[in-house]
Design a binder for this molecule. Structure first.
Ligand SMILES: [Zn+2]
Length: 379
């Protein structure tokens, strides 16, 4: 391992965060550590702990007008089999220019880059806008006591930012080649089709729940979800689980349980999805539990979006794709509060995988991009 003094600030911070073990909902002391780095820079920490989740809002009042927030998380997904890792997942081993460990890309690395960028700007006495760092330990879990509580707190206090960068690993091949300006929404459905169990030789005395479900499910796969919203992937609907039957071949199943996962773009809304599902299930005896797990969001073209892309171009020369792909993210909670959201972070080549790691040069590139965005921010 190289001498600690030869490592960049971002790398040192990322390594120390990785060594603080924090699978969701644990924080592992990460947010105290972040606070200890930010306090000397003039940040004040407000805790928004709820439901066993550690949430923090760190704020530094600015010399310039406007408020720019950075949102992220210190929790990580489980490691999987530790013996399959090339290096222990919480040791933060550095080898051949690579930092290894759970959270290296998603997203302790990104948090470290933002802190390093702010440290550098403060050391240079650069006049700055008001800066907020919003950190939760509940991003990889249910997200019910995490960023949504932070946003509620800021709404109550009247401290919502003018714009936010979410530090999720948005990049594909090189840092900054992809940012996310929106995400599709998520609707999940549990459907219980109710028939009557019976002997397969006496179908007149039974109601086959699978036979009842099959045409409805076929209609669901044929639903027209409408035009794709501009800049978004199409709305997609996947039947993900079907369970029925006792295991015996001579028993007609009396019930059939189905789960369905829908990823929708802003070309349709939750009510439109519900109506189509109800229509497809007409005629079947079915109990539908339809949950709106995540709202779709999009950040329209604006000077902030342009500035982020200009900073990436300035530092890396890369033309940025303004994308809306992938799953969902905590950005939705800030977008729902009316804050322009841009997700910009490290590459995502090893996120959630055994052997998660990040190249040190990526940490340094992202630090420079964040510093450029912060110092050029205009509310
Ligand atoms: Zn993440």
């Amino acid at each position: 391992m190289p001498e600690i003094s030869t490592l960049s600030t971002a790398t040192q911070i990322a390594a120390k965060l990785i060594r603080r073990v924090s699978p969701t909902p644990e924080d592992g002391g990460c947010q105290d550590y972040v606070g200890s780095l930010l306090a000397p820079l003039g940040f004040v920490r407000k805790s928004v702990d709820t439901g066993g989740i550690t949430n923090s809002i760190y704020t530094r009042m600015g010399e310039l007008k406007g408020t720019l927030a950075f949102a992220g998380h210190t929790d990580v997904v489980p490691t999987g089999p530790v013996e399959d890792w090339p290096h222990p997942p919480f040791d933060a081993v550095i080898e051949n220019g690579i930092l290894h460990g759970r959270g290296a890309q998603d997203m302790k690395g990104g948090v470290a880059c933002w802190i390093a960028a702010v440290s550098q700007l403060c050391a240079e006495f650069t006049p700055l806008p008001t800066l907020q760092l919003l950190i939760t330990s509940d991003e990889e879990g249910d997200s019910i006591d995490g960023t949504i509580r932070i946003v509620e707190k800021m709404q109550n206090d009247g401290t919502l930012p003018d714009a936010v960068i979410v530090g999720e690993p948005s990049s594909s091949k090189a840092v900054g080649d992809v940012i996310r300006r929106g995400r599709r929404g998520v609707v999940q459905i549990a459907a219980a089709f109710e028939g009557k169990q019976g002997h397969s030789a006496y179908p007149q005395d039974a109601v086959n729940a699978v036979h009842m479900a099959a045409p409805a499910l076929n209609r669901i796969t044929q639903i027209d979800w409408g035009e794709a919203a501009e800049g978004f992937p199409a709305t997609t609907c996947q039947i993900t689980n079907v369970q029925a039957g006792t295991g015996a071949t001579n028993v007609i199943p009396g019930s059939c349980f189905v789960s369905i996962d829908i990823r929708y773009n802003p070309g349709i809304d939750f009510e439109g999805i519900e109506q189509r599902i109800f229509k497809a299930c007409e005629g079947a005896k079915v109990v539908l539990d339809i949950q709106h797990q995540a709202e779709a969001f999009t950040t329209p073209d604006c000077s902030f979006l342009d500035q982020v892309c200009a900073s990436i171009k300035q530092i890396t020369g890369v033309e940025t794709l303004r994308d809306t792909g992938g799953g969902t993210s905590d950005g939705r909670f800030l977008a729902a509060a009316g804050v322009p959201v841009v997700e910009l972070g490290l590459t995502n080549s090893t996120i959630h995988q055994v052997g998660e790691c990040v190249a040190l040069h990526e940490l340094d590139t992202l630090t420079s991009i964040y510093a450029d965005i912060i110092s050029n921010f205009e509310a």
